[in-house]
Design a protein around this ligand. Structure first.
Ligand SMILES: *Cc1c(COP(=O)(O)O)cnc(C)c1O
Length: 391
């Protein structure tokens, strides 16, 4: 199998698994209890918190562990909106956010909040000026992702952060895709809140964290015990948190080297596709993008068809759209970037990881052109384009 869907999830690193195992077995204490195995569990949770805090350049008390990236986004956006609604009810976000942010904003609209969804340009970029123009007296929150999960474009978060600081508006950033691939030091990217997830960085699924700047008030999503500084009730996912901590440690140890390899392979893949296959549009910003995502629209055919044909060859990729995600609409990200429906339907995302090899990339470059050619051979749109002399 050739796995090129690391933006969807990653395999748990063996070292992460090993670090977690004791906390699923012998070290089963509840961190809130008062005896040796409980103290051990508490120690492990706090060690992970310190490691993540050091990695992000913040205080351990500013880290809240959650049940993943989705929960961290919900906690930040709903929590801040509910805490500051006396000051205003206007929120700014973008049209290309992950559904964890978009659907949370839609939910708040039903509660009477007003949301501005900024459109990106053709490369998927949001301009600082767009944010500046959208901020009003009653704006309480700006939520913009660090990098996009479908096309990889990195937003100018540090400048947006400076603007928000000047205008006294809080900035939340979905940093899930950028973790380990871009600088997320919170004082360098100027964010008040930052959501991350473990399973995109070779950690376990169902655990993540939200960085919350000291002094930033949030109404908790969950009521119950006093865990996570009274801000996220429920017995801690000790093994998951330990796994997240270990995954961060591995990023520190080998992240730079991994990124170098992955970016080199990604560039080989992108160049190879464009060289070997006609009528392909590379999507996302050409340079301001994370290093592991290669994304395209293949004209005149459906991304679904490519995905299924590649699956038959045991190659895992993602199409930003349609049947597999239970909806007939193409990717909301590509539509927002200005691609027409018929072009967006041809989208494919390939996202690389630390275990991919040059031989795997070359194998994909070998099997992809005939797949595209075969699908186009069955496509009336392609036949029309040929007749019109477009291709
Ligand atoms: C994967 C992802 C999420 C959701 O994280 P989960 O841990 O799967 O809930 C949120 N935002 C982005 C950009 C993602 O890629």
């Amino acid at each position: 199998m050739i796995y090129l869907d690391h933006a969807a999830t990653t395999p748990v690193d063996p070292e992460v698994f090993e670090a977690m195992a004791p906390y699923l077995q012998a070290e089963y204490g509840n961190p809130s209890s008062f005896y040796k195995i409980a103290r051990q569990a508490r120690g492990a949770v706090e060690e992970a918190r310190e490691r993540l805090a050091a990695y992000l350049g913040c205080q351990p008390r500013e880290i809240l562990f959650t049940g993943g990236g989705t929960e961290a986004d919900n906690m930040a956006i709903k929590g801040l909106a509910w805490a500051r609604q006396d000051k205003g009810r206007h929120i700014i976000t973008t049209q290309i956010e992950h559904h964890a942010v978009l659907h949370t904003c839609k939910f708040l609209e039903k509660q009477g909040f007003e949301v501005t969804y900024l459109p990106p340009d053709r490369d998927g970029l949001i301009a600082v000026e767009q944010v500046a123009e959208a901020i009003r007296d009653d704006t309480i929150l700006v939520s913009i992702m660090h990098s996009n999960n479908e096309v990889g474009t990195i937003q100018p978060i540090a400048e947006i952060g400076r603007l928000c600081w000047d205008r006294k508006v809080r900035l939340h950033c979905d940093g899930v895709q950028s973790l380990g691939k871009a600088n997320l030091k919170v004082d360098e990217i100027n964010v008040d809140m930052l959501a991350i997830s473990a399973h995109k960085i070779y950690g376990p699924k169902g655990v993540g964290a939200l960085y919350v700047r000291k002094g930033c008030r949030l109404v908790p999503l969950l009521d119950g015990g006093s865990q996570e500084f009274n801000r996220r009730a429920g017995t801690e996912n000790v093994a998951g948190i330990v796994g997240l901590g270990k995954a961060i440690e591995l990023l520190e140890k080998r992240g730079a080297e991994d990124n170098e390899l992955v970016t080199r392979l990604r560039d080989r893949l992108t160049a190879g596709v464009l060289e070997r296959i006609p009528a392909v549009i590379p999507t996302g910003h050409p340079t301001q993008r994370i290093g592991n995502i290669s994304s395209f629209c293949f004209r005149y055919i459906e991304g679904e068809g490519i995905l299924l044909s590649l699956d038959f060859e045991d190659v895992c990729v993602s199409s930003g759209s349609a049947c597999t995600s239970g909806s007939l609409d193409p990717s909301h990200v590509l539509l927002a970037m200005g691609y027409p429906h018929e072009v967006a339907h041809g989208s494919i995302r390939m996202s690389l990881g630390r275990h991919n090899t040059e031989a795997e990339i070359d194998r994909v470059l070998e099997i992809l052109p005939p797949i595209v050619e075969r699908l186009r051979g069955m496509s009336p749109l392609w036949a029309d384009a040929v007749r019109r002399g477009e291709v």
